[in-house]
Design a binder for this molecule. Structure first.
Ligand code: SF4
Length: 228
């Protein structure tokens, strides 16, 4: 049957970047803090992304942008309380243009995905990169609810706009492009409902009823405990 236990007292938590996952069972495992197996290659890819982030900030500054960067010294995680759990996240950067501050997340990707992220419509990106769209919209949603100065350690005035975007860095080409999006409330509604459902699981019966998405099994690190 199930080779794990559901502890009703554990704080349920998901990161904003995880809510693009379709398989609710996979989200549930993450929400109770179970460690997902990740390949060495995927870890190395994340390491490269983390290493490039401050470099991309320097590129932006060199190109004349005023940048607030939410690194470990300046940023602070936000917490959105949803049902019986919490969605967390941290703003990567705000690009300050006059009285506007637009929230961006830095994504380091291969050439093909860089092209898609810069050129595809939002509807197409909701198929190919749904996780990024949900994540960046949740960042704006969090900023609209929290004092921005608390999240940015007092470095930025209350200038956040209802827009968001991605700094798309291409690994191969060593360049970047900006892609902006309108803040989308229906994306937020869907993400919050999903989180609420996952956080509400209290027992085996609730767990079994969670909808799964077998298309994600080939990337999933919970295959050995899932028993689907
Ligand atoms: S193995 Fe498949 S069904 Fe099970 S949690 Fe992972 S993605 Fe979902």
């Amino acid at each position: 049957m199930m080779n794990f236990e559901i502890n009703p007292n554990i704080q349920r938590k998901l990161h904003a970047s995880q809510l693009g996952t379709n398989c609710m069972r996979r989200l549930f495992f993450r929400s109770i803090g179970m460690k997902e197996k990740v390949s060495d290659k995927a870890i190395r890819r994340m390491d490269v992304g983390n290493a490039i982030e401050p470099v991309a900030v320097e590129w932006l500054k060199r190109d004349g942008y005023e940048v607030w960067y939410g690194d470990s010294e300046r940023g602070r995680d936000f917490e959105l309380h949803v049902g019986d759990g919490v969605i967390t996240g941290r703003i990567d950067i705000l690009l300050v243009q006059g009285l506007r501050g637009v929230v961006y997340d830095i994504k380091t990707v291969d050439l093909q995905n860089a092209y898609k992220l810069r050129k595809e419509t939002v509807e197409e990106l909701m198929q190919s990169h749904k996780d990024y769209i949900i994540q960046i919209n949740l960042y704006v949603y969090a900023l609209l609810r929290e004092d921005i100065n608390k999240l940015t350690a007092g470095r930025v005035e209350d200038i956040c706009d209802r827009e968001c975007g991605l700094v798309v860095v291409s690994r191969e080409m060593c360049d970047y492009g900006l892609r902006e999006f309108e803040y989308n409330e229906s994306v937020i509604r869907e993400a919050l409902e999903k989180a609420k459902k996952v956080f509400s699981v209290k027992n085996v019966e609730d767990f079994i009823e969670l909808p799964i998405d077998e298309r994600e099994c080939k990337w999933c690190g919970f295959t050995d405990i899932c028993n689907k």
